[in-house]
Design a protein around this ligand. Structure first.
Ligand code: S3P
Length: 449
């Protein structure tokens, strides 16, 4: 995928942030709704789909694999699925752009169909590890016919003709990996089992059940789960309501905590307990976040979050919390910079293989803005002094979460924070900049030297 022209932006400190908003739909659930819709027989309806570039690439891929995917003028998405293992062979390589989730989940779905497809993505995606997914998919019966150097994209994958069910223990805590195995396991006879040492987001399991698959989840060890899926179901089309993405809500939420006098309301944010590690951590740091109107919507817990500017103190973040906040460490790093005292975030190895090497990029983002930061093995240690000097130019490395976090930092730092390229924000959070401006955020085009 070509890298469009960079969009530099500068964030400056201003008055309090005020307002209420519903951030866009959850990215994880949006990808899954399209993929499961394509694997069901008949018409699935999706309300609140995230219309970010990552999810739109998954929609295109599902079309290329034979499903019909259409958006109504009112914004409801309709998918006519082709059934488990019913994919057609795509005529051209599938381009997933910046999205690891879309690519790895689609690899799982394709691995269970008797077709061959080529998977590719942008320059950031071409640096990310794919062997972790291909290994279990090959055990199920798929074959990686061609793999880029070092186990990277592009990958040419031949789906299994006779898929076999496996018992799989992922070597890393990864919902993408778990989901790829479960999606491939849909085509296998008998039971496919994934044993997770640490439970990761369970949207695939919840949504498979919603589409009529039979699956059991049992606790495993102190923090894990054992998931057993019965293969070869006929997935029934379903209606999916996508709740607001907590990983997107994280940015206005932290901004409101840091900018004095702020108060914002974030509506209908998903509060699935495997996604709320950031809220737990910020509360331990002294954040005032009120959770109101807790309810269930489309099989997921949602709530309204009222956030009030708060003085924060440093805390220790245990490694077992990482799966429940894996996408939130960058913005937590910003909060930690404004806190009083040391925040030690433990066990962040997986951050090295996200849209960028997020461990290094987060440390650099903080350092160029005058925050004392250290990487110790897989831990990130931030020493906050209650304020951040700012004044730095942040390299976003094609990573939406680095770009948004740096802008949040600039809204509260003493001097403006510049970001070299904010174009990738559109992968997960279209409308981020206007939404922050509607709260009163001072974001100006350009990043002058
Ligand atoms: C996701 C899983 C996580 C997360 C990503 C979305 C998913 O990745 O970082 O943004 O939807 O399954 P890993 O599975 O690689 O940890």
């Amino acid at each position: 995928m070509s890298h469009a022209a960079p969009v530099p932006l500068t964030a400056r400190r201003g008055g309090p942030l005020r307002g209420r908003v519903r951030v866009p739909g959850d990215k994880s659930i949006s990808h899954r709704a399209l993929i499961l819709g394509a694997l069901a027989v008949g018409g699935t309806e999706i309300a609140g789909l995230l219309e970010g570039a990552d999810v739109l690439n998954t929609a295109k891929a599902m079309r290329a694999l034979g499903a019909t995917v259409e958006r109504s003028p009112e914004g409801v998405w309709r998918v006519q699925g082709v059934g488990v293992a019913g994919f057609a062979e795509p005529a051209a390589p599938l381009d997933f752009g910046n999205s690891g989730t879309g690519c790895r989940l689609a690899m799982g779905a394709v691995a269970g169909a008797p077709i061959t497809a080529t998977f590719d993505g942008d320059a950031s995606m071409r640096k990310r590890p794919m062997r972790r997914v291909l290994d279990p998919l090959e055990r199920i019966g798929a074959r990686a016919l061609a793999v880029g150097e070092g186990g990277r994209l592009p990958v040419r994958l031949q789906g299994a003709h006779d898929p076999v069910p496996i018992v799989y223990e992922p070597p890393v805590a990864s919902a993408q990996l778990k989901s790829a195995v479960l999606l491939a396991g849909l085509s296998a006879p008998g039971e496919t089992v994934v044993v997770e040492a640490e439970a990761t987001r369970d949207h695939t399991e919840r949504m498979l059940a919603h589409f009529g698959a039979t699956l059991r989840t049992e606790p495993h060890g102190a923090h894990g789960r054992r998931i057993t899926l019965t293969g070869q179901p006929e997935l029934a089309p379903a209606r999916v309501v996508v709740p607001a993405d907590p990983s997107s809500a994280a940015f206005p939420l932290v901004a409101a905590l840091l900018v004095p006098g702020s108060e914002i309301l974030l509506e209908s944010v998903m509060t699935n307990p495997l996604r709320t590690g950031l809220i737990d951590t910020l509360r331990e740091m002294g954040a005032r976040i009120e959770v109101a109107a807790l309810r269930t919507d489309g099989g997921e817990e949602v709530a309204d979050l009222r956030v009030t500017a708060s003085a924060l103190r440093g805390v220790e973040v245990p490694p077992e919390r990482a799966p429940a906040m894996i996408d939130e460490y960058v913005v937590l790093g910003v909060a930690a910079g404004f806190a009083e005292g040391v925040t030690r975030m433990r066990g962040l190895k997986e951050l090295r293989v996200k849209e960028s090497d997020r461990l290094a990029a987060t440390a650099d983002m903080l350092r160029v803005n005058g925050v004392a930061v250290e990487i110790d093995g897989d831990d990130l240690i931030v020493t906050g002094r209650g304020h951040v000097p700012g004044g730095g130019l942040v390299a976003s490395h094609m990573d939406h979460r680095i770009a948004m976090s740096a802008l949040v930092m600039g809204l509260a730092a003493e001097r403006p924070v510049r970001v070299d390229d904010t174009a990738f924000i559109a992968t997960s959070f279209p409308g981020f900049v206007p939404m922050m401006r509607s709260f009163g955020a001072d974001l100006v085009p350009g990043a002058p030297a």
